[in-house]
Each structure stands twice: as structure tokens, then as C-alpha cells.
Design a binder for this molecule. Sequence first.
Ligand SMILES: [Zn+2]
Length: 323
Amino acid sequence: MNRHVLDELKRQIPLLDYLQAQDWRPSRSLGRDRCLGLCPLHQDHKPSFLVDSNKGLFYCYGCGRGGDVIRFVELYHQVRFPQALALLRRWSGLGTLLNEAASFYRLQLHRHGEAVAYLHQRGVRSSELIEHMRIGYAPGGCLRGWLSELSYSPATLRQVGLVTPSGYDTYIRRIVFPLEGNLYGRSVSDTAPPHRFLPTEKGGLYYWQQVRRYPEVILVEGLFDYAVLWQAGFRNVTCSLGSHLNALQLRQLCDHKRTVYIAFDADSNDSGRRAAQTLARRLGEHGLKPLTVSLPIGHDPNSFFVQGGDARQFQALLEAAQP
Ligand SMILES: [Zn+2]
């Protein structure tokens, strides 16, 4: 690998940008180019992760690891050098495009009454929450034109999955939530499949870097579950986007001994409860303390709040959670 090629890649992807995209936030500035925050590589309790944004280097006084953005990706995703390079390349191209799409969808949200009505129906009301989750709306039939004006080729848009092979917007009448390297679209119409992702990986746990510092975390299946809990004041909540956790999500959850409240759907066919039990067993094997939250049958955390449940009642469910 040519030195110039590596330097060029690092110039295109500043370390601090990459860290911030993983939800890392500095807790203290040490002058113009240097800042300190919690280490994303080990369970850190006082900020020991030093970033020099000018040099593009990090060093952790806690776990003793350091290096450039490529080294960070190797350690953070536990991959080898060539895979780290491939990951960074893909991330930089894809990330920019998905940000453009997400910004466009956010502008559409308040222009479409059906989108706002749907959010209200799912209990999402606070503008702070909409801002926090960067919620948008895909009306359909206009994203492709917008991105083409920004000089994205039809081939790129098809490859990422934002546009169908026949050239139409993939997301039509969907509430859109940006994820790390993906976009989740929830249909507001009953006739379309409810959940949709782009054909890239689902990524890690939702907002994990902000949640991992809590000794007790609440794990939910869906983003609307996350939304109502966050709105009700629970900040130690994260979401796995489905009841099956991928390898990265499992690794994240197990990076420290913590209590995990599993608040999956209590569907009448029992599949949510079975998924919760399987997960609880796996977490237990990793030395964590999993507790299963029992919602009333037929409810998920979203419907619990939508149908009048409040923070105090949900807190009672947490306290009644069973190992
Ligand atoms: Zn560290």
C-alpha cells in the first residue's frame, strides 16, 4: 500500500469526524486541536481518550492504545488492516450520500400532514425528540431528482438502494430514521411492508456511545419504542432494530458487566418473549445481568405509552423485571 494513498484516505476522513459519527463526544477541550473524552475502546469512567484533531491521532491513558483513524477502526470494529481500509472507504462515500438523503427527508417531514399525523399516532410529539433522532419523511418520487442535482449518478443511487432498479425512489410514504450506515423507513400506509432498511448492514446498537456509560440499560426492539422511552425521560435506552442481535450489537452490549432490561414486544404468539429469553441466556453466559421486562400481553413499549402508560408505570415494570 502506497504511503500517499493512505495519507489521502486519512485526509478525506478526519479522525474526529469518524469518532463523532460513532457518537463519540469530547468532554473537555485541551486547547485548539486537542480534546479529551471517554474511551470508546474500553469501559472508561473518567475521560482518558485524547484526540489530536490536527495530527489525526488518538491515545488512551486508560488502555494504552493509540494511533490514527485506520488503527482506530481496526480496534473498534476488531478487524485487520485491509478490512479497516475497506470499511473506511465505504463509510466515507456512503456516509456522505446517506447524510444528504437524511437531510432531504428531514426537510419533508413538516411539509406532509400525513407524516406528522403518523408520528402523533405513535406518541412522538416533542420537537426535541424529532431533532435528537433526526426523523424525516420520504414522500416518494422526489429524492432521486434531488440527489441527481447534487451529481449522484443513477448507478450509485441504485447500488446503495435509495433508488429501485427501475429508477424510482425506494422509500415511499415512510418515516425515515438515519442509522449508522443505513436508513430505516417505517411505512405510514397499511398496504406496504411496515419495515424497510437499505441493503447494507443494520449496524450497531442505536446511540450506543451515549448509552454505554450507564450501568443499567434498557434494550428495545423498535425505534418507536426507543422514541417514547426517550421522550418519557429514559436516557439509558438503546434499540437493536429487531429481536435478533447481530455480532456487533452483542459485542457492544457485552463490553462491560452491566444490567440489561430486555423490553421486547409481548406479542400474543409469544415470539417476543422467546427472543428475550434466548438473548437473556446469551447475556448471562457473558457475565451480564439480564432482566426480562413483562409488558401487558399484546403491547410493546410504544403501545404501552401511546395507550396512556407513563414513566412511573414503566419504572414499576422495570422494577418487577425477572432474571
Ligand atoms: Zn481506552
